[in-house]
Design a binder for this molecule. Structure first.
Ligand code: URA
Length: 237
């Protein structure tokens, strides 16, 4: 989902400021309805009409899998001019990341201009598994492990954890390497999970999204998804 004024601006028909002006003046329709709220978010599926003209969106859909490095923002642009995940992909299509990884989190992220697939992957109902490796402070005790396996309440909602594994323990430095799979995309959710156990995350990497793994993709590298893979992602609905 992107802000309406940004979508209008990135289509090239108006600057961001001009786009905001058009929205304020009631000249913009989303799916046939006039929208005057500047913060309105739209997806690739929404039809946007500006001053009577329907905005041309990308008709050819593109799908990429990027191994995001640390220090990269998971959005299309950044007010502070930091590198974004989109900068890594060589395309003219208006792709955007599906969900987000924190600035300091590394690993897999899908980028596309396909709003329908984005909705499928982002909807909590579809419970798309995502596997992470977290380096955490301290060593987990039995109680921590039981709590993780039983699911922990974060902000009133339980986080279901599967495939929980302690990959490594460093008794000297008092750190652990944990692998776990979760099925949701709430912001900072893995960090919050370990924070709640008083074992803050030192480093975090996403190594799998559903059946897609980071094998063969070095940090900063990306590849196109195959049609078969895209179909398989659609079938997760
Ligand atoms: N959970 C987090 O805390 N951060 C991420 O980037 C992804 C999941």
């Amino acid at each position: 989902m992107e802000r309406l004024q940004k979508v209008i601006a990135s289509s090239g028909i108006a600057s961001r400021r001009k786009a905001e002006e058009l929205i304020n003046k009631g000249k913009v329709k989303v799916n046939g309805n006039i929208v005057t709220e500047l913060g309105t978010k739209v997806s690739g599926n929404d039809t946007i009409e500006v001053d009577g003209t329907i905005l041309k969106r990308d008709s050819v859909k593109e799908y990429y899998l990027l191994n995001k490095p640390r220090g990269v923002i998971s959005s299309v642009s950044d007010d502070l001019n930091r590198p974004t995940v989109v900068d890594y992909i060589d395309t003219d299509a208006r792709i955007y990341p599906v969900g987000r990884l924190d600035y300091d989190t590394t690993g897999l992220i899908i980028l596309t201009n396909d709003g329908e697939l984005t909705n499928i992957l982002a909807h909590p109902r579809n419970k798309i598994p995502k596997t992470y490796i977290a380096k955490i402070e301290g060593l987990l005790n039995k109680d921590d492990i039981d709590r993780l396996r039983n699911g922990i309440l974060i902000e009133g909602r339980k986080v279901v954890v599967e495939n929980f594994k302690i990959r490594d323990k460093d008794f000297e430095k008092k750190t652990s390497l944990i692998e776990l799979t979760i099925f949701e995309g709430r912001n900072h959710i893995v960090k919050k999970l370990f924070e709640s156990l008083h074992h803050p995350v030192i480093r975090l990497s996403r190594i799998k999204i559903a059946f897609l793994s980071s094998e063969n993709l070095k940090s900063g590298q990306y590849r196109k998804l195959s049609i078969k893979e895209v179909k398989k992602l659609y079938s997760l609905k």
